[in-house]
Design a binder for this molecule. Sequence first.
Ligand code: CP
Ligand code: NVA
Length: 318
Amino acid sequence: MFVSVLLTRKVISMRHFIDLADWSTAELRDLLSLATRLKQEWQRGGNQPVLQNKVLGLIFQKPSLRTRVSFEVGMTHLGGTSLTLGPDEIGFGKRESIADIARVMSRYVHVVMARVFDHAHLVEMARWSDIPIINGLSDTDHPCQALADILTIHEHFGRTEGVEIAYVGDGNNVATSLLQAATHFGMSFRIAAPPGYELDEDTLSEAGEIAAGTGATIRTFHDPRAAVEGADVIYTDTWISMGWEKEAEQRVKVMQPYQVNAALVREAKPNAIVMHCLPAHRGQEITDEVADSAQSVIFDQAENRMHAQKAVLVKLLI
Ligand code: CP
Ligand code: NVA
């Protein structure tokens, strides 16, 4: 019986949205087109209820505003329903095994989005799940954010190929998924992070392989001004991601020179846009002056979470 379970798991190749590295460039381009079409349809008066009778389960180990609301509302637009399980409600990984949670959820809902601390827990869920698993942020990745960011860049510039993006600050989950997305979409990606907070070598070399097929380029810096010089897009995120609060004092000290302020923005192209996945820690990684400037597209990014994720849901469920 145990053997047959193992065999079954090998045979079923359930599709998940956990890590952008698992998706091909062509598939991600399809997702971008689908997101654009769904957004236009929604703007024209509403979406077709293509996910009628489908239920999305949302599991959160960490707080959220955008991810929760954009998934719940997006599912409603498509005629489906959702239910949300907040931090501590199901004791994820404590009250029962992740394998059991995955198998139980598979009997109730059609797709699960989970926001977790440990990325390996998502991989474990996917291993046992009969339904698609979507990564709503893990310690290493934030693929839904990156897809929404590419949609935002594409809307703004009318293309992604050759667009020069400079990420400034912590080499974290958001930076990792942004790097992967940028390389899939043929962008020129630069990152300036302080020593000790860079993207790891495996992530960079994996992205380098994608870049070889798309014409993307990747450059790493310690100097934020050098990274931002002549860029089309400046992107930043919190210096203290959820789970790293104990290091707050040290991180704020080390990352101070990486603040995205008016002086740094002047190093980019005059028509450059400024991006941030939010929540912003205004006065730390970004100043009010920049976050609220005409160059800032941070609320377009937030809205596009909903459109991008609707595309992911449709792709996984239909
Ligand atoms: N950007 C983002 O994921 O926001 P939340 O943490 O509010 O979901
Ligand atoms: N890097 C941040 C992103 C929040 C949306 C974190 O993990 O807390």
